[in-house]
Write a protein that binds this ligand. Structure first.
Ligand code: NAP
Length: 449
């Protein structure tokens, strides 16, 4: 089993409870306890409160919705059960990537049960794929998968997020419907769950690592992976507002790298919302145009061979740089450090330029910033983070982000590929820079609980 640092269940539950409680206390001290329990229901699928006051009425309503949805799910499940055209394909890691991830060499789509026709399927698989699972496991049919840069690092032998064994199914964050549930999984058939799934028609995963998928008002469910997704919008929110000693402010110059990507495009808008002047770094004129449309004051095309990166930085940041939100590392970070202002803040969110070289092995060297002494010279700070380290602030992040979205300050651009077969190619596109905004892969259409 692959360990990963994005498993909410391994996050400190008590800490989350405490901060959720503090949050609700500010609004409604009398109902804070039960509101917290309801929130726990959303996060950990724990039972809803049973008392008789207003909150319980709401909780009861939620249960009703759930029950109603389960009956509609039961109906759709029976449709699936009699519909034999349901393959079980999965993408496995065939070989450890050598440098840049190549889906044709490094991954393989394995078809476990491919019927030639309806009758053959019915004959060979009459129960329609009741898989053998352990008591704590569930089988989930993914609906939408999130394509995240960190997944590439899991294909290496030494990996911070857990190394994927050769032959294992490619993991991916996402949501989908539970179609089979072990008695100790904590989930029931028909529920829509979110968490670390797999690039497969049917993902077999530990129920403890999944939470009930929550649909935010007025937003498509895809928002739980993008705008309000832990590894996307909420990562940007954390990096801008919680990680540095001071968030950007009016009059300051901010540079965001990987600016046209999922995390970067949200970071750009959040920094813009503070009144700061924002410069976005991305590859190619198409991304430059997109960033200007998003509100950037200037853009840097790090792929422009005619204009050295250093001169573009000097041109777009004439008064130096006060805040860096870095997603790419390497040479770009180094050059930005050279222009950091006194009391500047540098937030290390990621370093995608270094992810194609087995970055956690002892023999490979990550290209680090040789300009780091500028931090000392100018009294600047550099601080890295993993969003899980800030999970206790989850309710604040959600509410803060939702509020900014509702005020029109932030929006998410989604790039959605269709079909399981596209998954590793979509991941490859993060490294060739072909996609803008949040990259997702639609496996099955969303349905409603
Ligand atoms: N700290 C955390 O908790 C946390 C959580 C989630 C994600 N992250 C980090 O956030 C960053 C963005 O991740 P994401 O999933 O949102 O991906 P993304 O930004 O949607 O896609 C990656 C982007 O990186 C750019 N890129 C690729 N190779 C590059 C290179 N060699 N040099 C410069 N830019 C390159 C590409 O755009 P161009 O066309 O501009 O090259 C691409 O669009 C990653 O570093 C990831 O590890 C951190």
């Amino acid at each position: 089993m692959v360990s990963n640092h994005l498993n909410l269940v391994r996050a400190p539950k008590r800490q989350i409870d405490k901060s959720v409680h503090a949050f609700f206390s500010a609004f409604s001290p009398n109902a804070a306890g039960e509101l917290t329990e309801s929130f726990r229901f959303i996060l950990f699928s724990e039972p809803l409160p049973q008392s008789n006051n207003i909150t319980t009425t709401r909780a009861a309503a939620a249960t009703t919705t759930q029950t109603m949805s389960l009956s509609s799910v039961a109906a759709s499940a029976s449709v699936t059960a009699t519909s034999p055209i349901s393959f079980n394909r999965k993408w496995i890691l065939k070989r450890r990537p050598v440098g840049v991830f190549d889906p044709n060499l490094d991954a393989e789509l394995v078809v476990i049960d491919k019927p030639q026709n309806k009758d053959e399927h019915a004959a060979t698989n009459p129960t329609n794929e009741q898989l053998e699972i352990e008591d704590h496991q569930v089988v989930v049919e993914p609906q939408l998968l999130s394509v995240d840069a960190f997944l590439r690092t899991m294909y290496d032998e030494h990996a911070y997020h857990g190394s994927l064994p050769l032959g294992a199914t490619l993991p991916a964050m996402g949501y989908g419907r539970v179609v089979q549930a072990g008695p100790k999984s904590g989930h029931s058939v028909g529920t829509i769950v979110a968490g670390m799934l797999q690039a497969a028609d049917k993902a077999v995963v530990d129920g403890k690592g999944l939470m009930r998928s929550f649909r935010f008002p007025f937003l498509d469910r895809s928002a739980c992976l993008g705008l309000l997704g832990l590894t996307t919008g909420l990562t940007a929110y954390t990096g801008v507002f919680y990680v540095p000693s001071k968030a950007p402010r009016k009059g300051e110059t901010v540079v965001v790298t990987g600016a046209a990507g999922a995390v970067g495009s949200i970071a750009v808008q959040l920094c813009k919302s503070t009144g700061a002047r924002v410069v976005g770094v991305a590859g190619g004129p198409r991304k430059g145009e997109y960033l200007m449309g998003l509100g950037c004051d200037a853009v840097i095309d790090y792929k422009d061979k005619a204009k050295p990166l250093e001169s573009q930085i000097a041109e777009t940041c004439p008064s130096g740089i006060d805040f860096v939100y870095d997603n790419v590392g390497g040479e770009t970070l180094d050059l930005l450090l050279g222009k950091i202002n006194p009391n500047g803040r540098v937030v290390i969110c990621g370093a995608i330029s270094q992810y194609s070289g087995n970055l956690n092995s002892k023999t490979n060297k990550v290209l680090g910033p040789s300009n780091y002494l500028k931090l000392a010279e100018r009294g600047a700070e550099m601080r890295g983070f993993n969003v899980i380290q800030h999970i206790a602030k989850l309710p604040f992040m959600l509410v803060g982000m939702f509020y900014l979205w509702a005020r029109g300050k932030v929006k998410m651009t989604e790039h959605i590929e269709t079909g399981l077969e596209q998954f590793p190619y979509a991941l490859q596109k993060l490294f060739t820079g072909e996609t803008i905004g949040k990259t997702l892969v639609r496996i099955n259409r969303d349905d409603h609980e």
